[in-house]
Design a protein around this ligand. Structure first.
Ligand code: THU
Length: 131
Protein backbone atom coordinates (compact mmCIF):
# COMPACT_ATOMS: atom_id res chain seq x y z
CA UNK A 1 0.00 0.00 0.00
CA UNK A 2 1.32 3.49 -0.81
CA UNK A 3 1.95 5.69 2.20
CA UNK A 4 -1.29 7.67 2.06
CA UNK A 5 -3.34 4.48 1.77
CA UNK A 6 -1.47 3.02 4.70
CA UNK A 7 -2.12 6.20 6.65
CA UNK A 8 -5.81 5.87 5.82
CA UNK A 9 -5.88 2.35 7.23
CA UNK A 10 -4.07 3.62 10.33
CA UNK A 11 -6.84 6.20 10.79
CA UNK A 12 -9.42 3.40 10.55
CA UNK A 13 -7.47 1.34 13.09
CA UNK A 14 -7.27 4.32 15.44
CA UNK A 15 -10.99 5.04 15.08
CA UNK A 16 -11.78 1.39 15.78
CA UNK A 17 -10.69 1.92 19.38
CA UNK A 18 -13.66 4.27 19.78
CA UNK A 19 -16.28 1.86 18.42
CA UNK A 20 -19.36 1.45 20.58
CA UNK A 21 -20.16 -2.24 20.21
CA UNK A 22 -21.11 -3.57 23.64
CA UNK A 23 -23.51 -6.17 22.19
CA UNK A 24 -21.62 -7.79 19.32
CA UNK A 25 -18.17 -6.89 20.70
CA UNK A 26 -17.22 -6.62 17.02
CA UNK A 27 -15.41 -3.30 16.90
CA UNK A 28 -15.09 -1.58 13.53
CA UNK A 29 -13.46 1.67 12.46
CA UNK A 30 -13.63 3.34 9.07
CA UNK A 31 -11.72 6.19 7.45
CA UNK A 32 -13.23 7.80 4.35
CA UNK A 33 -10.97 9.96 2.19
CA UNK A 34 -12.39 12.89 0.26
CA UNK A 35 -10.87 13.75 -3.11
CA UNK A 36 -9.03 16.72 -1.58
CA UNK A 37 -7.40 14.38 0.95
CA UNK A 38 -9.55 15.21 3.96
CA UNK A 39 -10.30 12.11 6.02
CA UNK A 40 -13.49 11.40 7.97
CA UNK A 41 -13.67 8.65 10.55
CA UNK A 42 -16.60 6.52 11.60
CA UNK A 43 -17.17 3.72 14.09
CA UNK A 44 -19.99 1.28 14.57
CA UNK A 45 -22.51 2.56 17.08
CA UNK A 46 -24.74 -0.16 18.49
CA UNK A 47 -27.92 0.26 20.48
CA UNK A 48 -29.93 -1.61 23.12
CA UNK A 49 -32.58 -1.83 20.40
CA UNK A 50 -30.23 -3.98 18.32
CA UNK A 51 -31.68 -3.27 14.90
CA UNK A 52 -30.99 0.44 14.96
CA UNK A 53 -27.22 0.10 15.30
CA UNK A 54 -25.09 1.83 12.68
CA UNK A 55 -22.04 0.49 10.84
CA UNK A 56 -18.72 2.33 10.84
CA UNK A 57 -18.80 2.94 7.10
CA UNK A 58 -22.15 4.70 7.16
CA UNK A 59 -21.10 6.69 10.21
CA UNK A 60 -18.07 7.95 8.24
CA UNK A 61 -20.23 8.94 5.26
CA UNK A 62 -22.68 10.79 7.51
CA UNK A 63 -19.81 12.66 9.14
CA UNK A 64 -18.32 13.65 5.78
CA UNK A 65 -21.58 14.72 4.18
CA UNK A 66 -22.48 16.72 7.28
CA UNK A 67 -19.19 18.58 6.88
CA UNK A 68 -20.06 19.40 3.27
CA UNK A 69 -18.03 16.71 1.47
CA UNK A 70 -19.54 14.50 -1.23
CA UNK A 71 -16.62 13.38 -3.36
CA UNK A 72 -14.59 10.46 -2.06
CA UNK A 73 -11.88 8.28 -3.51
CA UNK A 74 -11.21 5.63 -0.87
CA UNK A 75 -12.41 4.08 2.36
CA UNK A 76 -10.44 1.92 4.78
CA UNK A 77 -12.23 -0.42 7.14
CA UNK A 78 -10.61 -1.97 10.18
CA UNK A 79 -12.24 -4.83 12.01
CA UNK A 80 -11.03 -7.56 14.33
CA UNK A 81 -7.66 -8.81 13.07
CA UNK A 82 -8.69 -12.45 12.93
CA UNK A 83 -11.39 -12.05 10.27
CA UNK A 84 -12.18 -10.16 7.07
CA UNK A 85 -14.29 -7.05 7.55
CA UNK A 86 -15.82 -6.01 4.24
CA UNK A 87 -18.74 -3.58 4.03
CA UNK A 88 -22.19 -5.10 4.55
CA UNK A 89 -24.78 -4.85 1.79
CA UNK A 90 -26.43 -1.76 3.25
CA UNK A 91 -23.09 0.03 3.46
CA UNK A 92 -22.19 -0.92 -0.12
CA UNK A 93 -25.41 0.72 -1.27
CA UNK A 94 -24.80 3.76 0.94
CA UNK A 95 -21.28 4.22 -0.42
CA UNK A 96 -22.41 3.66 -4.02
CA UNK A 97 -24.44 6.86 -3.86
CA UNK A 98 -21.26 8.94 -3.89
CA UNK A 99 -18.75 6.89 -5.90
CA UNK A 100 -19.42 3.49 -7.50
CA UNK A 101 -15.69 3.21 -8.21
CA UNK A 102 -14.57 3.93 -4.67
CA UNK A 103 -11.39 2.10 -3.61
CA UNK A 104 -12.08 -0.09 -0.59
CA UNK A 105 -9.32 -1.23 1.76
CA UNK A 106 -10.35 -3.76 4.35
CA UNK A 107 -8.60 -5.89 6.90
CA UNK A 108 -8.27 -9.59 6.53
CA UNK A 109 -6.22 -12.00 8.60
CA UNK A 110 -2.67 -11.02 7.82
CA UNK A 111 -3.16 -7.52 6.49
CA UNK A 112 -4.96 -5.04 4.30
CA UNK A 113 -6.70 -5.99 1.08
CA UNK A 114 -7.75 -3.67 -1.73
CA UNK A 115 -10.88 -3.87 -3.84
CA UNK A 116 -13.37 -1.50 -5.42
CA UNK A 117 -17.00 -0.83 -4.71
CA UNK A 118 -18.04 -1.89 -8.20
CA UNK A 119 -16.48 -5.27 -7.52
CA UNK A 120 -18.41 -5.53 -4.27
CA UNK A 121 -21.69 -4.19 -5.68
CA UNK A 122 -21.95 -4.90 -9.41
CA UNK A 123 -24.93 -3.53 -11.37
CA UNK A 124 -25.78 -1.22 -8.51
CA UNK A 125 -28.91 0.85 -8.32
CA UNK A 126 -27.91 4.48 -8.06
CA UNK A 127 -28.98 8.05 -8.69
CA UNK A 128 -28.77 7.49 -12.46
CA UNK A 129 -31.61 4.97 -12.21
CA UNK A 130 -34.05 7.55 -10.96
CA UNK A 131 -35.84 9.44 -13.68
N1 THU B 1 -20.13 -3.73 11.17
C1 THU B 1 -19.56 -2.58 10.68
O1 THU B 1 -19.57 -1.54 11.36
N2 THU B 1 -18.98 -2.63 9.48
C2 THU B 1 -18.81 -3.75 8.72
O2 THU B 1 -18.22 -3.68 7.65
C3 THU B 1 -19.34 -5.03 9.21
C4 THU B 1 -20.20 -4.95 10.41
C5 THU B 1 -20.70 -3.70 12.51
C6 THU B 1 -22.19 -3.82 12.65
C7 THU B 1 -22.33 -4.37 14.04
O3 THU B 1 -22.23 -3.30 14.98
C8 THU B 1 -21.10 -5.24 14.23
O4 THU B 1 -20.17 -4.78 13.26
C9 THU B 1 -21.37 -6.72 14.03
O5 THU B 1 -22.02 -6.97 12.84
Amino acid sequence: MPFSDEALMQRAQAARKRAYAPYSKFHVGAALRAKDGTVFEGVNVENASYGVGLCAERAAVVSAVTAGYREFDAIAIAGPPETATVPCGACRQFLNEFNPELTVFYTEAGGAQRTTLDELLPRAFGPQNLT
